[in-house]
Write a protein that binds this ligand. Sequence first.
Ligand code: ATP
Length: 777
Amino acid sequence: PPSKMSTAPVKMAPKKKIAIMTSGGDSPGMNAVVRSCVRMAIHMGCDAYCVYEGYEGLVRGGDFIKQMDWFDVRGWLSEGGTLIGTARCMAFYERAGRLTAAKNMILNGIDALIICGGDGSLTGADRFRAEWPSLLEELVSTGELTAEQIQAYKHLNIVGIVGSIDNDLSGTDATVGCYSALARICLCIDMIEATASSHSRAFVVEVMGRHCGWLALMAAVATGADFLFIPEKPREDNWREEMRSVIQQHRKLGKRKTIVLIAEGALDKFGNKISPEEVRDLLADKNGLALDTRITTLGHVQRGGTAVAYDRMLATLQGVEAVKAVLEATPETKTCFIAITENKIVRKPLMEAVLDTKQVAKAIESQDFDGAMALRDAEFSEQYKSFMMTTAGQIDHETLLPEKERMKIGFINVGAPAGGMNAAVRAGVSYCLSRGHEPIAIHNGFAGFARHHADSPGSVRPFDWLEVDGWASKGGSEIGTNRELPSESGMETIANLIEQYQFDALFLIGGFEAFHAVSQLRKAREQYPSLCIPMTLLPATVSNNVPGTEYSLGSDTCLNELVDYCDKIKQSASATRRRVFVIETQGGRSGYIATLAGLGVGASAVYLPEEGLSLEMLSEDVRHLKEVFAQDKGQSRAGRLILINEKASKVYNAKLIADILRDEAHGRFESREGIPGHMQQGGVPSGMDRCRAVRLAIKCIQQLEKYGRNVHNRVKMDPMSASVIGIKGASVIFTPVQKLEEEETDWPNRRPKAAFWLSMKEIVDILGGRPRHTLPE
Ligand code: ATP
């Protein structure tokens, strides 16, 4: 690390030589993996190496295996592709190739290998590991190496990180790169939609995924496509008629555009390939729909570009975890790969994941499609159902509830707008319609509700399917949102209105105010029986400060905006190089987005309300920056960043810190402040926010639906009748608002008591080379 103070590893580990390699198809975020592994390895007192060009480099040896220093990976977070190269290597499929690879590793003294690649690369890794003892034996028996030379390398220590845009590896919810690819696909489809709508055209969009429909499925959910073909779940035999009838229905309802998404590997029930041309011909058929239809094959744009914030976070955290796994491994440890389950980074056995993944391909081949779906993670099949429910556009009598169980559900947005709010409303409405419920829009939050008679009589009204259908990708809040709490609008008025409209349930979407609102409504139930209806909150706020969840809709969109802004600002200093930018982020009293943006852009320091900011910290960072600029031999082509949350300090703000830095630097470097402000709310919501909005909104309505109508007494007794949906660790759960209010909320600071992400702050510090830090447990 650059700082003299932090050169000593925090935990003394036996000095190891750890090599990092990227393999298979490139994916956005691979550079972040390499950066994180290299720096974490150095931080832990090890030597870091990169193997260039995947297995090819391992087989060729020589200059392909290179020791890396701390500064070699500077600026890599924002680069697309993989800077250490990747290749398909035929030689590694053969034992002879793997033999040479083993020899090269030993000659270079490498004792551990971290491989970032797809299932092929990890299969290769697993084979290499299994064969290792026999490879060494052969090297010694043929005299290529001596018994002494191999002595210290009896066990091959391998850890996998899944880098792939396809998200096709079993056992992990996301692979490094898949959300970046999804973002590119959504961007393209949003553009296609504009022209489709203008000309009233149909588009058949082909996306990548030979054996895995994840990208096509998520893109369909995020954009609200009309029809979808994926390898794992072929349509029924009569798919041609089905497609015609669904699209005809959508057109009848007034839709001017038609988007059909097709994964490369799309099949029919009999294992025959469905091609975009066939689909186009069906849509264009003069005797059928007769739509003016075009095919767009997205191709390699899906791979390109820099990684989105989520992939940078995933890559960085997984890189750190991989180095830890290497250092903790014993000869008995099973070879692992690093996975993520919902929001939790975990180690899992590599072998099983590779086998399960192969099973999916086999299941598809043998037309066991239920088997293929079952082998995908839970989110996959849930999203498939979500897609089917939200795009039906017609009454399917199988999904309708009996008349007496149908509910009148009020939809209300509270707080500031956040990416994904509209997608959530859209999904909730479609789901309600598919069940026979009556979804009602309450415009402009509780303020709008309370005052709607006077100034806007139309502000409580049924949703219109066609109108809502266009909201999948819209930013902001189409039904309007407001910060006012029910207590401010008048609790009695709200209670009376709920009674007057005979709402059976309330679905709230919003941030901390929305949480506060549910809490108030719950508490007022004693006084106003009409409030004894089930209500549930789907957290949506860029600040991600709602108790009961580790993720709020909109926070991902916000992080992408911030990361984008910081990348640009950082690059703007490439002419002068010696510049520090102090960027002020939103987040209220939660340092979440500042920290995660810091993780995504490689900040030199992040200042948070949770930690505060003292003169001592500031002067330590000034001293550190001086040192960094003194050591910088021109490797860095961009400026450095400090992120400060808007409420981190009552005294220091971005401008003041920039001024102090400039003054202290005495001309050695300069400093500027940057305040992205409301830009952080984002324009078009991210693919992830849109997909999660759909999944969580449907779960929310299902939660409300459990209660049914006229259950005031039951609701009163049941704490779950006022709840918050959340992603917590490895699961998606509902938590009673009462429990959150009483046990988990830091009311004065308007945030959860526990900040699950605080350990990430230490990783920002470690990888940014900031001094004085201890390793998170
Ligand atoms: P993507 O998901 O982008 O296709 P991938 O890692 O699956 O990435 P592959 O081309 O399948 O890409 O594999 C990359 C490399 O890993 C191969 O070129 C080969 O060198 C090695 N490899 C793959 N499978 C094996 C195997 N069964 N045995 C040995 N090496 C393998």
